[in-house]
Design a protein around this ligand. Structure first.
Ligand SMILES: [Zn+2]
Length: 776
């Protein structure tokens, strides 16, 4: 049984004719989501009372008589300061269409709680006081002023001056209520001074006067108004946030006054914990982004109510809309919803497990916003939906396949609604990596393969301003078909050009979101930039073709099998290699922070990574167990593991590898016996890899670099041999840069240039030989 039903069982025993549930809030600004917890808790008690067959009422008091004692951050102090100290219902509304300041903020909050199916009757104390209904309790309390002072002293250790009287009267001269001090009560009138310095937030005018305290001329101080209101309204149940319920706090004072002065039974009370958002403690004045109305936009009403219903009242509820919280909340909701259906279908087992399921079902009953479904519904899982949107999958098709039949109209409605919130989540709260923004600047090293160039050219030509989503989609498919292109080979270029990432939401969605003109002009920019790179590649390569087979050659058989291979070779002499260079440390930290949101999905979409994986597959190597070295480095970053520090030479070129995803190998030239060759391994050849104590055997399908003594590397860029490793005593370096498939000669040149510059920066040395050798 859940807490509210247990409470009602208890309350039932007192056999009151009418149970009156009440809650309240001062609408002094935009109301924080924390206050919503009070509304829902009281609403639950009210509904559970009704469910148990008791007569019950539920009211909500908006304290519009309270003085304005602080300004919300969104209001201009210059304009609003003059109202400080005045009653909220006498201050104008910040927006037109509302009666006053209190009305404006109360209505906004009321709108939120009505949306989650809480419909208390609203009570405005300004009306209550003016109607004269409070006159009796005002007299009782003023007559007992000395006793009130005693209660303050005893219960809350708060000593009031001997002439202090428990009433806040409105100053006849300046209309403020927060600044007056009542020093006498003669049974008909209160006598007051309007004090210039009594409170920090408002200045009194100094006026002295006397007037009747009745019929709306003022109000009781809050701690006394609370019990007075219990008596006048007839409240029998009212809880409060734990700040009011501490020992010697407002509730203790109110109860004492209720018993000893008003002679009214203290309502059943309870304390509930905070409801905060994103870790911040609740506060009406500084709650940016945590007001009830803002939080209500993150969640469907059912889920917001569910969140409040299922959390025990003594548990601090901190809702963090970022990360996984929302996804988990939907999962929990679905789990309870299933129990609800199980209950309807009489499928709940006996025993402990059955009790838990019954509680789940009850939570759903109490979370009802719209009528709960009559029959079991297929619920599309929110987490799956979010992922499907990210990968632009057809949602309806997916879920119908998952369900095994078409979705009913109710199920379709569920799907559509969840999609809306999934998009809000992806747009505002999912991790950075899930956000998509138009990239303002094209990276200077963005390069295109021939296929990608053709695709972008055709696409830019075919994009017209007035195309619909479907037309854009079909244009894409016909371009792919006519040019015999596969989406896998060319789409990453589109995404890189537009959002700076290798993948993203459906292309047509992005185009419509950013605007056709903007995307078109971006594609031409990228094509221009790539075009100038091509010219450069054709006319003026940075490095010559390597034409010295006594240094390096590619085995003819291999070249035939892998014609796309191109290798960069360089010799750098007289280096001096240190360790843990501080500047490299700094650069590594930069890379780590730039890539803090890198995921394995991002890595798997890089064309360079895909090229190496393709090679591994062709070599018969499972790239899950042996990762190409650039991928291995990036995966360490994405999983938050620290990068190995080897020495300044290796650390330096690893920076370049991570930047370009193209592998670089460096070897100790003095341990190498020329000629070197890239070839298929000899079956049974062995290599002692760096860090290993046992040699590894090759299969004849594996690629390896060989020198005259044997292999010194395995699988092009998986790992290198101990024999030729660069250490801090290495003086001369032999470099290779590995290109295959989509990794162009141009890329090899750029990577070569940056690698040489970086090594020279940290280790010095002179370049003796450098060139590129292509297999075909
Ligand atoms: Zn005054």
């Amino acid at each position: 049984m859940i807490w509210v039903d247990r409470l009602v069982q208890q309350l039932k025993k007192r056999e009151l004719k009418l149970e009156w549930v009440d809650d309240m809030k001062t609408p002094s600004g935009r109301i924080h989501v924390g206050a919503l917890r009070g509304v829902v808790i009281h609403d639950l008690i009210y509904k559970a009372l009704v469910d148990a067959g008791l007569d019950a009422k539920f009211t909500y008091v908006f304290e519009d008589q309270d003085p304005m004692d602080g300004l919300p951050a969104y209001l201009d102090p210059k304009k609003w300061e003059k109202y400080m100290g005045m009653q909220l219902y006498k201050v104008p509304s910040p927006e037109s269409g509302y009666e006053n300041f209190a009305d404006f903020h109360a209505k906004e909050f009321q709108h939120v709680f009505e949306k989650i199916n809480c419909h208390p009757e609203i009570i405005w104390p300004s009306t209550l006081y003016k109607s004269g209904k409070m006159n009796g309790v005002i007299k009782e309390i003023l007559d007992a002023s000395a006793k009130v002072r005693e209660i303050y002293l005893h219960v809350s250790k708060n000593k009031r001056p001997d002439d202090w009287h428990p009433f806040n009267v409105v100053c006849d001269k300046c209309q403020k209520i927060g600044t007056t001090y009542v020093y006498k009560w003669d049974g008909t009138d209160v006598y007051y001074r309007c004090m210039p310095d009594m409170v920090k937030w408002a200045k009194g005018c100094g006026h002295e006067g006397q007037k009747s305290p009745f019929d709306g001329n003022g109000k009781l101080p809050w701690k006394l108004e609370w019990p007075a209101k219990w008596k006048v309204i007839g409240v029998t149940i009212e809880g409060a946030g734990k700040d009011h319920m501490s020992q010697g706090g407002s509730f203790d004072v109110a109860s004492e006054v209720c018993r000893k002065i008003l002679h009214y039974p203290v309502p059943h009370a309870f304390s509930y914990e905070w409801f905060t958002v994103g870790g911040k403690k609740m506060s009406s004045s500084k709650g940016v982004g945590t007001s009830a109305i803002e939080v209500s936009k993150i969640l469907p009403p059912e889920l917001l109510r569910f969140l409040l219903v299922r959390t025990p009242i003594e548990t601090h509820l901190d809702f963090n809309p970022y990360g996984d919280t929302l996804l988990n909340l939907f999962d929990d909701y679905d789990r309870c919803m299933n129990a609800f259906f199980d209950k309807k279908e009489n499928k709940i087992p006996q025993g402990k497990q059955g009790e838990v399921l019954m509680d789940f079902a009850r939570i759903i009953e109490l979370s009802e916003v719209r009528p709960n479904p009559e029959k079991r519904l297929f619920l599309p899982r929110f987490r799956t939906l979010v992922n499907l949107i990210k990968t632009s999958t057809d949602l309806l098709e997916f879920f119908e396949k998952q369900k095994g039949s078409t979705l009913s109209p109710d199920e379709k409605e569920q799907l559509e609604e969840r999609e809306v919130y999934a998009r809000v989540y992806l747009d505002q709260y999912a991790d950075e990596e899930d956000k998509v923004e138009f990239m303002e600047v094209i990276p200077s090293d963005l390069s295109l393969t021939d296929k990608q160039r053709i695709f972008l050219q055709e696409f830019a030509q075919n994009l017209a301003v007035n195309l619909t989503k479907d037309e854009i989609q079909s244009a894409i498919f016909s371009i792919l078909k006519e040019n015999n292109l596969s989406p896998k080979d060319v789409f990453s270029a589109f995404y890189q050009a537009v959002i700076g990432r290798p993948g993203g939401p459906r292309a047509s969605d992005l185009i419509l979101e950013f605007g056709v003109e903007k995307v078109k002009s971006r594609l031409s920019q990228v094509l221009d930039q790539a075009g100038s790179q091509i010219k450069k590649e054709k006319g003026e390569s940075i490095y010559p073709d390597l034409d010295d087979s006594k240094i390096f050659n590619i085995d003819a058989k291999l070249a035939k099998e892998y014609p796309s291979i191109s290798i960069g070779i360089a010799i750098i002499k007289n280096v001096s290699i240190g360790k843990n260079h501080l500047e490299i440390t700094k650069k590594l930290e930069e890379i780590l922070s730039e890539n803090s949101t890198l995921t394995n999905e991002n890595i798997s979409a890089y064309p360079e990574v895909l090229s190496y994986r393709k090679l591994y597959k062709q070599m018969g190597i499972d790239w899950h167990s042996r990762r190409p070295s650039p991928e291995a480095l990036l995966r360490r970053i994405s999983t938050g593991k620290p990068l190995y520090r080897i020495n300044d030479c290796v650390d330096a070129y690893n920076l370049i590898v991570m930047k370009h995803r193209v592998s670089v190998g460096a070897f100790d030239l003095d341990k190498i016996t020329f000629p070197t060759q890239l070839r298929l391994a000899q079956e049974g050849d062995e290599i002692l890899l760096l860090g290993d104590s046992e040699p590894t055997k090759y299969k004849s399908s594996e690629l390896a670099y060989y020198d005259a003594q044997g292999p010194y590397n395995i699988d092009l860029n998986f790992r290198d041999a101990q024999r030729t490793a660069v250490t801090d005593s290495t003086k001369n370096i032999y470099l290779n840069i590995d290109g295959v498939y989509d990794i162009s000669r141009k890329q090899i040149e750029i990577v070569m240039k940056e690698t040489i510059e970086t090594i020279q920066k940290y280790c010095g040395g002179t370049v003796e030989t450098v060139g590129i050798l292509k297999a075909s």
